[in-house]
Design a protein around this ligand. Sequence first.
Ligand SMILES: *[C@@H]1O[C@H](CO)[C@@H](O)[C@H](O)[C@H]1NC(C)=O
Ligand SMILES: *[C@@H]1O[C@H](CO)[C@@H](O)[C@H](O)[C@H]1NC(C)=O
Length: 472
Amino acid sequence: MPFFMKQASLAWIFLCSAHPSLAFFKVPCSTPLVIQRADPIVQPGVASNHVHTIMGGSGFGFTMDYNMTQTSQCNSCSAIEDKSNYWIAALYYHAQNGSFHQVPQNGGALIYYEQRPDPSTNGAIVAPPAGFRMIAGSPFDRSDKGTIETHARSFACLNYDAPGTPQTHTFPTTNCPNGLRAQVYFPSCWDGVNLDSSDHKAHVAYPTQDYDNGPCPATHPVRIISIFIEVTWHTEQFGDMWYGDQQPFVFSFGDPTGYGLHGDFLNGWDIDVLQDAINTCNDGGGDITQCEPITLQPDSITDGCILERSIDEQVDGWLDALPGCNPIQPGPDDAHVVTGCDAPTEVGQPLHYYTDLTGDHQWEWIGCTQDNVGGVRILTGSYGDISDMTPAKCVEKCIADGYTIAGVENQNQCFCGNSVAADNMPKVTPMGNCLMTCAGDPLQNCGGYGFIGLYQKCDGSCSNLQYPVVPH
Ligand SMILES: *[C@@H]1O[C@H](CO)[C@@H](O)[C@H](O)[C@H]1NC(C)=O
Ligand SMILES: *[C@@H]1O[C@H](CO)[C@@H](O)[C@H](O)[C@H]1NC(C)=O
C-alpha cells in the first residue's frame, strides 16, 4: 500500500484517541506464510474450525511452543528477531449463486508495536515473555456488545481519493476502491504470571479507559507493549460483483457482519531484542528502519517464505461451501460451532506446491530460484513459450530438445539446459516466489516473474527436494 495512505490512517487514529502520539514501530509482513485451517492456540494438533491467514516465522505448526518459533528457517515478516506468528481469519466473497471465493490479500500484514505507558504510573512497558500468547475478539460475535473488546476491532474502507473515511466495526456497505483493511488491537495489560489461559484471554485485559489507552486494571497490572495488526484484502477485485442489498463478503467462519473479527498472537520474539526496541525505538512515525536493535530483511526474502498446506481440502478457487463446517450465521445472536459436515479434521501430509513428475516422467523437483531476467538466463539450452504450459509440458519439451533440466517461469515460459551453476541453485525455502499459476492449469504452479521452478531428469532414483517443513 502506498506510504501516504498509511500516514492518513495513522492520522485518523491519533485524532480519534485522546492521547498524545507516542513512539511506535511497524513490522511489515509481506506475505502470508500459509492460509489454511490451523490454529495452534485455540485448537492445537487438529484442523481448526475455520481458515486463517497466518504470518510470521516458518516454525509455525499445528502445535506450538516458543522453541518451535525459534526453529524458523525463514520469516514472512521483515524483523529477523521476530519469529512470532500472527493470524486472523481469511476473507471470502459470497456469490449470488451461493459459491465462495477467497479474497486475495494485499501483502501479508502490518504489525504495530506501540509504546503506550500506563498513564497512572507512566511506568515501564515490558516485552511479553517467551511462551506468551493471546487472542483478541471472538468468531462467535455477531453484534456490537458495547465492550472495549468490540471496539478494539474495526475495518477501514480504503479509498485513496477520499482518505479518512470513518472506520466501522462491521464490513463496509460500499465497495472500497483500494481494498478493505481489518484492524485488531490486542490487550496491553497482563496478569504478570500466566503465559496463556483457558480462553486465551483471561490472562490479559484491555486498559480500563479504551482499547488503546488508559490505566491497566488492578487484576492485570503489568503493562505490555501494545500490539495492533492490520490485514488488507483486494475486495475491489469483486467491486462489480455486488448484488442485492447487502455487502457480499464473509469471514471464513460464516460471518457476514464483521463483528467476529479476531486475531491471534503467539510470541516468538527474541525477548531481549524486543525489550531493547521498546526501550530505545522512539520514532514518532513508526519507521522500523530507525529502530536500531531490530535487523530487517528485504521483501524478496519474506515473500519467498511460505509453508505448504497440510489439510487435504481446497481453500481457494470457487468453492461450494466455506472450508470446515461454516454455514453463514448472520446473527445478531452469537454464532455457535457447527459440526458433522464431511470436512477433514486431521492434519495430513504437506500438499506440495510443485508438481510430482517422479512417476511417468521420471523427473524430480529441485526447487525455486531467481533467474537472471535481462541477462544470461540460468538455463541456456533452449527456450520456448508454451501457451498451455504445465511442468509436464515443459519437461516434455526439454526431453524432445535433448536436455536434462527444465525450468518453468512466469506462467508460460519453458527453459531447458543441462546444468545450473552452484550460485544459482535454490536456497533454503524460496518456494513462495514460484507460485504463479500455470498458463495451462490454474491448479499447478509455474514459477514467478524472474523466478524459475526447476525439475531434473532422475531416472529411477527420484526424490523431489523435500521442502524443509513438516507439519508438527
Ligand atoms: C526449549 O529449549 C530449551 C533450551 O534448549 C529447553 O531447556 C526447554 O526445555 C525447551 N522447552 C520445550 C517446551 O521444549
Ligand atoms: C457462481 O458464480 C460465480 C460468479 O459469477 C461463478 O464464477 C461461478 O462459476 C458460479 N458457480 C457455480 C457453481 O455456478
